[in-house]
Ligand binder design. Structure first.
Ligand code: ATP
Length: 248
């Protein structure tokens, strides 16, 4: 069913270390081909929400104790992060996480590790990544550790693309980057969305930029969704303007 949401989070609770309740009943949906933003202050639970989907919570002693998550109509809580990548859903973590001692191109190639469809296809996808990120092509022989923050963010997204995802969970892509570079990265997100059909669920503290590019947004406060709506509606909302857009 092409009209069904690609991702559906149903009323989840997340607890860390068996005691700390961080998500208190979060529900959201990502339509196929959508760009959906989770907005909110530091510590609101944005990263936790993404990690609940990608199943990276377990590594941090976090667990979903209530509710469920469906990707492509199937419950996914029991899948490992790499099984989920094989099904088409991958997280790009905050802070970029490139391998500093590998070249940009080697980093990109590590993104293809879950694939078994042969070198030629993987090579084609490398070229595809380079068409979206010409800077990465220029820097392909450079050690990632010696490239700029913006290039590392591009590398992290490019590496995720090498798994041929239908859906990318993108954590705080603007973090630590100059405004012009943030704009450049969001433009690429937009073209990946419209040309390659990649759906995005992104976490952002930068409400301004996120609502410029997203189709829909959810505002998270202390583990609860307090407001959601189409991006254009949220931009006009008085509370959003006052508390999140800084133009109150
Ligand atoms: P940020 O912008 O800092 O990533 P966020 O909105 O993504 O913020 P989370 O990182 O999801 O927020 O954190 C939500 C809450 O969960 C915070 O209070 C944080 O201290 C707590 N938390 C996060 N990771 C853990 C952990 N591994 N163990 C215990 N508590 C955690």
């Amino acid at each position: 069913d092409d009209t069904a949401p690609i991702l559906r989070i149903n009323n989840i609770e997340v607890i860390y270390n068996h005691v700390v309740l961080v998500l208190k009943g979060v529900s959201l949906t990502v339509p196929r081909g959508g760009i959906v933003a989770i907005l909110g202050a530091n510590g609101a639970g944005k990263t936790t929400t993404l990690k609940a989907v990608s199943n990276l919570l377990k590594a941090e002693r976090g667990e979903v104790t209530k509710g469920n998550i469906q990707f492509e109509g199937n419950e996914i809580q029991e899948l490992s992060p790499s099984d989920l990548v094989k099904r088409g859903c991958i997280q790009v973590m905050e802070g970029r996480h490139c391998f500093g001692h590998l070249t940009i191109e080697e980093n990109l190639m590590t993104g293809a590790y879950t694939r078994s469809d042969g070198r030629a296809r993987i090579q084609d996808d490398l070229e595809m990544v380079y068409t979206y990120f010409p800077r990465l092509k220029e820097r392909r022989k450079s050690l990632a550790g010696y490239t700029s923050g913006g290039e590392q963010q591009m590398c992290a997204i490019g590496r995720a693309l090498m798994s041929r995802p239908s859906t990318i969970l993108l954590d705080e892509p603007s973090m630590g980057l100059a405004p012009q570079l943030v704009e450049e990265i969001f433009e690429i997100v937009k073209s990946l969305n419209s040309n390659e059909g990649v759906s995005f669920l992104l976490a952002e503290q930068n409400t301004n930029i996120a609502l410029k590019y997203a189709t829909y947004g959810y505002i998270l406060e202390s583990g609860r969704i307090v407001l959601d709506g189409r991006a254009d509606e949220l931009r006009e909302n008085e509370d959003v303007k006052e508390f999140y857009l800084g133009v109150g």
